[in-house]
Design a binder for this molecule. Structure first.
Ligand code: COI
Length: 393
């Protein structure tokens, strides 16, 4: 570790590469930080925080004792990863993240299995998406394997925070921000990649109860050529006011529509699935395609892959609009609607309010959403051995 550290320091000296370092970065290990360089500053027992009560966990309110930080600078490239006690940041008020929202994040989870083993769910998928978002944000990329190793180490250090319950998990929030203190609308010269961990219970305070949706076509979440397929904070900020409007109008979440034909795109912060009987009388599961408006969710992908493996009904990625949904509803061909995402896993939809009309979505006794929830839970908690569940220790 020490040897690699000093070589890294030497390589990053300006006198060796000067301004050509940027070009060298494309072909050398300067492209990425390395797990072997991780430095650890572990809390003393007195510095550790008390663990929250399982019953009051909620979502994202509690944080573990440590965090991961990896600095990047245009001239010296990636610095060494540091795991240290969780702490506040100090940044210049001109830091680009505060002005132009040069920020991105990921949401992933680790679970304590029924067998006591810790597992992460498909971390490679989150890292692939993070790198795509980094490129779109003009932030530097890194070796995803090295980041996964750093995250695993952080989780190992704070392993006691992972709840011993199959309704809870450890939410992992890797975040990447532009910290350059300058107001030019340009790519950043410095950035910070970090990760924090939060033990979580159910995402919605209503638990697993079906949610009611407001679908108001005057609001859109994403548009062609935009960044709706990226996991950037700037996609979420403008949705909060609309979410509040949905709540004011008596609903729990927003159904995001797009276009003159009011295509269904996403629900709240989740991907949307519609289970129906098609005109040929066959059962069909539909989710909107990855056309740039849709976040390529890891849960979305997993449900599609599971359903295709089952071969029990048609599985189709295609656009679906409110006129078709109305027809399905009126012809009793709508079986279920549900949302899917890392935070909630699978969430049934109970009703949709659209243009003065209220659609009561059917709730089957043994529903597809419940079946998905169970299989995903079996994979998450190690009851079903599966390559998607990556062991941590
Ligand atoms: C997810 O469910 O994947 C999310 O990203 C939700 C998060 C924004 C709270």
């Amino acid at each position: 570790m020490a040897l690699r550290g000093s070589i890294g320091r030497l390589l990053s000296q300006k006198f060796l590469f000067g301004k050509h370092l940027q070009y060298a970065r494309g072909i050398s290990s300067q492209n990425s930080f390395q797990f072997v360089d991780v430095e650890e500053k572990i809390c003393s027992p007195a510095e550790r925080h008390p663990k929250p009560d399982l019953a009051t966990l909620g979502f994202g309110k509690h944080f573990t004792d440590h965090m991961l930080e990896i600095p990047w600078h245009i001239e010296s490239g990636w610095g060494k990863p540091l795991i240290s006690p969780i702490h506040d940041f100090k940044f210049h008020p001109a830091a680009k993240v505060f002005h132009y929202a040069i920020e991105l994040f990921e949401g992933m989870k680790a679970y304590r299995g029924d067998d006591g083993c810790l597992r992460m769910f498909r971390p490679d998928r989150n890292m692939a998406r993070m790198l795509k978002t980094a490129t779109r944000s003009s932030l530097p990329t890194f070796d995803p394997e090295e980041m996964i190793k750093c995250l695993k180490r952080l989780i190992q250090i704070d392993r006691d925070w992972i709840p011993n319950s199959d309704t809870s998990s450890l939410y992992i929030r890797p975040t990447f921000i532009a910290t350059d203190p300058s107001l030019g609308v340009a790519s950043t010269n410095q950035a910070l990649l970090y990760a924090i961990l939060s033990p979580v219970g159910p995402y919605f305070s209503s638990g697993l109860a079906p949610v009611s949706l407001l679908a108001d076509p005057k609001y859109v979440r994403a548009w062609p050529g935009g960044c709706g397929a990226m996991k950037m904070g700037s996609n979420y900020a403008p949705t909060i006011n609309i979410q509040k409007e949905a709540e004011r109008r008596g609903h729990q979440q927003v159904l995001w529509l797009y276009g003159d034909d009011h295509q269904l795109t996403e629900v709240g912060t989740m991907n949307i699935f519609i289970f129906l009987i098609n005109k040929e009388g066959e059962r069909e599961l539909i989710t909107p395609p990855l056309n740039g408006l849709i976040l390529p969710g890891v849960t979305r992908l997993s449900l599609l892959e599971l359903a295709k493996e089952w071969k029990e009904f048609k599985v189709v990625e295609r656009e679906i609009n409110m006129a078709e949904l109305t027809e399905l509803y009126e012809e009793d061909r709508l079986l279920e609607i549900f949302g899917a995402g890392t935070a909630c896993v699978v969430c049934p939809v109970g009703s949709i309010s659209y243009m003065d009309r209220e659609f009561k979505i059917p709730q089957a006794e043994s529903s597809l959403s419940e079946r998905f929830r169970k299989v995903m839970g079996d994979i998450h908690y190690g009851r079903l051995s599966h390559p998607w569940a990556v062991k941590i220790d």
